[in-house]
Every structure is written in C-alpha cells, then in structure tokens.
Design a protein around this ligand. Structure first.
Ligand code: PBG
Length: 337
C-alpha cells in the first residue's frame, strides 16, 4: 500500500491552538466565562399539613414535603447557606380541594401559614409564592373549569384575590404560574391598590405544556386528579416567538422578573428572552429534569455531582440570572466547601 499524504498540522494551525488555554486547572479557571454561585439559586419546598413531620416524594429522590414547623427549619438552613430565595408549594389536604379552588383564598391555608411562620423568625430569605389554582382544585387545573373550558377572566379575578392573601401573609415575590391572559397587570394593580406596591412580580411568561412536570404533580398530589391536559393555557413546546410575545406583554403589565419553564429543554427561550428584554430572567429546572438526573445517576449511568453542576452551569451560559432547582440546597452546600 502506498503511504497516504497527510498534511502537517503545525502548518494548518499557523500558531492557533485552542487547547493551550485548557492545559492546566489554573488556566481553565482563568478563562472560565460562567460560574454558578449560591446567589443564583431558588429552592422550591413542598409544604404539608401536620406537625414535626417530613415525607419523601417517591418520584423525586431526596426531595421532601415539610410540615410548616419543619419548613421553617428548612428555610433557616437555606438562608444559612446563602440561598437568596425559596419558592413555596403546598400539598393541600384532599378534603380541602374543591371545584373552584376556594382554599387558595383562605388566609389560613398551608401556604399562608408557612409564609407567616418563616417571616415570624425573621429568616433573611426571599419568599416566592406560586399563584395558580392547581394545588387547590379537585380537577387539578390552574384555573376555573366551566363546562370543559378553563375560563380566563373569572380565573384572573380569583388569582388577584389569591395573590393578595399571599401578600398579606408575607410573600415577597408573587409568581403567577397559571398562564391566564392579563393576570400580571391585574395582580399588579391589585397589589398596588391594597398597599403592596413594593412586592415583586415574577411572571411565568413562558410556561410550556410539558411532560416534565409529572413528579411535581405527584409531590403536590394533583397527578391523580388532573382532568385532561393544560394545553389550552400552557404553551406549545414547538413555539419560541410566542414566548417573546408573552414576556413582552408581562413586562408591559408590570412584571419585575421573567421565568421560563421547564429549564434544560428550553435554554434557547432563556437566551432569547434575556437578549431581547435585558430583564432579570430565571429558569425552572422542573421535577422531571431533576428526576431524570437522579434516575440515571442511581443506575450508575452518569456521574451525579458532575451532571448536576453541568446542568446548572448550562443555565448560566444561556443567560439566566437565577435557577429554580430542587438541587439548590445540596449544591449550595458543595459551593460552600
Ligand atoms: C402549576 C405548576 C406546575 C409546576 C409548578 N406549578 C406545572 C403543572 O402542574 O402544570 C411544575 C414544577 C415542576 O415540575 O417541578 N401551577
């Protein structure tokens, strides 16, 4: 066989060698463009009824549901680690769920009890509350069901009342995740008119009708009840321009921050929102994303620590100012070491 002609790589490179900067740890650190910090983290916690009790969420290894007193301790731990924000989600006792989600307006509901208890301890952490009716409705939808329609305007009326009850209980950031039209403007006006003009609004502007929410619905107990799907209000995963339109409207209506959800499959949306509007932009690494990483690691198919850090760094690279993630507490511990 004739010896093939292979070019000389030095000639081709002409001195340009990308690997030089990667050759040592100090150099890799020096050229690093994005770095995860504890200040980027929002930790979601699930609240259950009862006293001095913690429950596992079976589809989310390591994630717990806390009674209010335990949620206070959890919030304390997060604050000690320097986590700036906590997002609260209630698992409402089934007997308190009804067609109209009226428990959402009860100032003594689990969410409000948790808010007051954490505030009473003066824990230095921002409290973010979810505005949507799904943890309170017997049909599992985020809005009011009339016939087979989730009605918009009547739902927004109820969401304004829900937001107000949360603000009164101490919510710092009200985060509507329901995807009704006009709710950001209506809630902003409600808060302003009732003495809460300083409370922030984080709008879930681009929330997709995603398959990745499964374990969350298990955590808040809505999986078994959800009638149909949420595609008449949550966005079609195929769309991207529509996400910008949603974010634009929410900003016009008074949103202080924009949330994109889910996270990892939607990093393109995070980047577009950030580049287009130059506003605080967040991503929600949802329950299914968490479960996938845990399951693969448990099977020995991926390295858990590296996969978690890589997934969170990807959000930074995409331009996110923060990440709502179930890994928040443990990654905060690791960042501290
Ligand atoms: C709905 C809501 C959802 C999540 C949080 N609030 C999605 C849904 O059930 O449609 C999902 C979060 C997660 O999967 O981690 N208001």
């Amino acid at each position: 066989m004739k010896e093939p002609r292979i070019p000389n790589v030095t000639d081709i490179l002409g001195g340009r060698r990308m690997r030089r900067n990667r050759s040592s740890d100090w150099s890799r650190r020096l050229v690093r463009e994005n770095e995860l910090s504890v200040n980027d983290l929002i930790w979601p916690i699930f609240v259950i009824d009862g006293h001095d009790h913690v429950e596992d969420v079976s589809s989310m290894p390591g994630v717990k549901r806390y009674t209010v007193d335990r949620a206070v301790r959890a919030a304390e731990e997060a604050a000690k680690l320097g986590i700036p924000g906590i997002a609260l989600f209630p698992n409402t006792p089934n007997e308190l769920r009804d067609d109209d989600g009226s428990e959402a307006l009860n100032p003594e509901n689990l969410m409000c009890k948790a808010l007051r208890a954490i505030k009473a301890e003066g824990i230095p952490v921002g409290l973010i509350t979810d505005v949507a009716l799904d943890p309170y409705t017997s049909h599992g939808h985020d809005g009011l069901l009339r016939g087979d329609t989730i009605v918009n305007d009547e739902t927004v009326d109820q969401l304004c009342r829900q937001a107000l009850v949360q603000a009164e209980a101490g919510a710092d950031v009200i985060a509507p995740s329901d995807m009704m039209d006009g709710r950001i403007g209506a809630i902003r006006e409600t808060l302003d008119a009732n003495g809460f003009s300083e409370r922030q609004l984080m709008a879930y502007s681009a929330k997709y009708a995603s398959a990745f929410y499964g374990p969350f619905r298990d955590a808040v107990g809505t999986n078994a009840m959800l009638r149909g799907d949420k595609r008449t209000y949550q966005m079609d995963p195929a769309n991207t321009d529509e996400a910008l339109r949603e974010a634009e409207l929410d900003l016009q209506e008074g949103a202080d921050m924009i949330m994109v959800k889910p996270g990892m499959p939607y990093l393109d949306i995070v980047r577009r929102v950030k580049d287009t509007f130059l506003v605080p932009t967040y991503a929600y690494q949802v329950s299914g994303e968490y479960a996938m990483i845990c399951a693969a690691a448990q099977n020995g198919w991926i390295d858990y620590d590296r996969a978690v850090l890589e997934s969170l760094t990807a959000f930074k690279r995409a331009g996110a100012d923060g990440i709502l993630t179930y890994f928040a507490l443990e990654i905060a511990r690791k960042l501290k070491q």
